[in-house]
Design a binder for this molecule. Structure first.
Ligand code: PGA
Length: 251
């Protein structure tokens, strides 16, 4: 029988967190994790300014640290950008790529996201690749096709199920308090699993996270869907109590 997929809960702090509060949050999560194994993997994705300090704060725990983006090149004349080897050097094991806020704010195309995933994998990082439809696309009934196209264009041939996680994040659910229905979430995740199984050897073992307004109050039923292997959590990852409640909803 195939190994069960161990859930992954990722906290995406986005552009939030000065050192004092950010490190207190990381230490709080690490202390809770030290007291009990919730049965899932945990990764904290602070802003780049805090990556190294958060990695040091959780050192010795099994909590991993991730970046929120990286450049497609390993080094060079790209003022303000951060390369994947720099994230790895600062203590990251993961990096979020293709988040809809990057696709919107920085006009990132799926082709650019693919190059970033390749750079991340080359640097030994695990990529959390985000896909998701807009409200208009959901309303028009084309969400499955849109997400399939995004995945197809963003997933490089070198991807492997233990080096990539996919996060399904409907754009209209991010930071809005709205979520798809449970059957809609399960339908999309099953669709993604089918696509992943055909995209790479053993691809059905890829962890597929749900993201968009995950809170302590809705985490358990969402994480209980058969093809949901974790969550990418934004707002609720900024409060240790809320984030930990979501982590504990994996069981
Ligand atoms: P949210 O963000 O949990 O605040 O909706 C999720 C995300 O953007 O990853």
């Amino acid at each position: 029988m195939a190994q069960p997929r161990r859930p992954l809960i990722a906290g995406n702090w986005k552009m939030n967190g000065l050192a004092k509060a950010g490190l207190a949050l990381a230490r709080d999560i690490a202390a809770r994790r030290a007291a009990a194994d919730p049965g899932c993997d945990i990764v904290l994705c602070p802003p780049a300014t805090l990556v190294r300090a958060v990695a040091e704060a959780v050192a010795g725990s099994v909590i991993a640290v991730g970046g929120q983006d990286c450049h497609a090149q390993p080094s060079g004349a790209h003022t303000g950008d951060i390369a994947a080897p720099m994230l790895a050097d600062a203590g990251c094991r993961y990096v979020i790529l293709g988040h809809s806020e990057r696709r919107q704010d920085h006009d990132e195309s799926s082709e650019q996201v693919k190059a970033k995933v390749e750079a991340a994998l080359a640097a030994g990082l695990i990529a959390i690749l985000c896909v998701g439809e807009s409200a208009a696309e959901r309303d028009a009934g084309v969400a499955l096709g849109v997400v399939a196209r995004q995945l197809g264009a963003s997933l490089p041939a070198m991807a492997r199920p233990d080096r990539v996680a996919v996060a399904y994040e409907p754009v209209w659910a991010i930071g809005t308090g709205r979520t798809p229905t449970l059957p809609e979430i399960q339908e999309m995740h099953a669709h993604l699993r089918d696509l992943l199984s055909r995209a790479m050897p053993g691809g059905e073992a890829t962890r597929i996270l749900y993201g968009g307004s995950v809170k302590p109050g809705n985490a358990r039923p969402i994480l209980g869907q058969p093809d949901v292997d974790g969550a990418l959590v934004g707002g609720a990852s900024l409060k240790a109590e809320d984030f930990w409640a979501i982590v504990q909803s994996c069981r």
